[in-house]
Design a protein around this ligand. Structure first.
Ligand code: C5P
Length: 219
């Protein structure tokens, strides 16, 4: 079974997808982490975030891998654990530019489909229901107000020791949503057959239970 969870930044996609994957024994694939890893590679190699040819070359030379360690999913680039490095404000601010590059998307979509294979999978991102897994049995489009998403991101950053201003986070989230939904290739968009879930006033447990019920109904 394939479950696709798409939606704007900080809507809680990865938090709920991880919990559901663990409960059901599904593979969890965080596609945002892959575009973040591409952005980190560009940063480390001092490549302009719009230089598609050089970024692609660097991606081909620096393998991106997911590894599960003590129940936690870690992201590796060229053998180095970059799980934290891909979550900094600098990467977050520039990832939309890198993820809009045609060659980068083609490469990541190919990898994502390979990783999904034919096993039970829950994948989160922006274009999973529309492009990566168009035949997914269940497609969820997770939304929430910009303010509530910014508050969640603030807490998330605080846990990582990163201090940011709420207004700045709100501004950045709105800007990233705009870029992600207005790019030419596979923009952030609700698939026609996706179910929208608004998490603004829902707890994580409520969202998990709601999606689990939808999965069970399809099994
Ligand atoms: O999900 P997360 O916020 O980590 O995603 C980071 C960025 O990666 C998004 O803002 C978007 O630019 C890009 N992305 C994408 N397609 C996906 C997943 C993420 O373009 N399937």
């Amino acid at each position: 079974m394939q479950v696709a969870i798409d939606g704007p930044a900080s809507a809680g996609k990865s938090t709920v997808a991880k919990i559901i994957a663990k409960k059901l024994g599904f593979i969890y694939i965080d596609t945002g982490a892959m575009y973040r890893a591409c952005t980190l590679i560009a940063k480390k190699e001092h490549i302009d975030y719009g230089d598609e040819a050089r970024i692609l070359e660097a991606i081909n030379q620096n393998k991106i891998e997911f590894k599960s360690e003590a129940g936690e999913q870690k992201v590796y680039v060229a053998g180095e654990d970059v799980s934290l490095a891909i979550r900094t404000p600098e990467i977050t601010e520039n990832v939309s530019q890198v993820s809009a590059l045609k060659g980068v998307r083609e490469k990541m979509v190919e990898l994502q489909r390979e990783m999904a294979g034919s096993t039970n999978v829950i994948m989160d991102g922006r274009d999973i229901g529309t492009t990566v897994l168009p035949d997914a049995e269940l497609k969820i489009f997770l939304v929430a107000s910009v303010h509530s998403r910014a508050k969640r991101r603030l807490l998330d950053y605080a846990e990582k020791g990163i201090h940011e201003d709420l207004a700045k986070i709100e501004h950045d989230i709105a800007e990233r949503d705009y870029k992600d939904s207005h790019r030419a290739i596979s923009p952030l968009k609700k698939a026609d057959d996706a179910v929208e879930v608004d998490t603004t006033n829902m707890s994580i447990d409520e969202v998990v239970d709601d999606i689990l019920a939808k999965i069970n109904a399809k099994m």
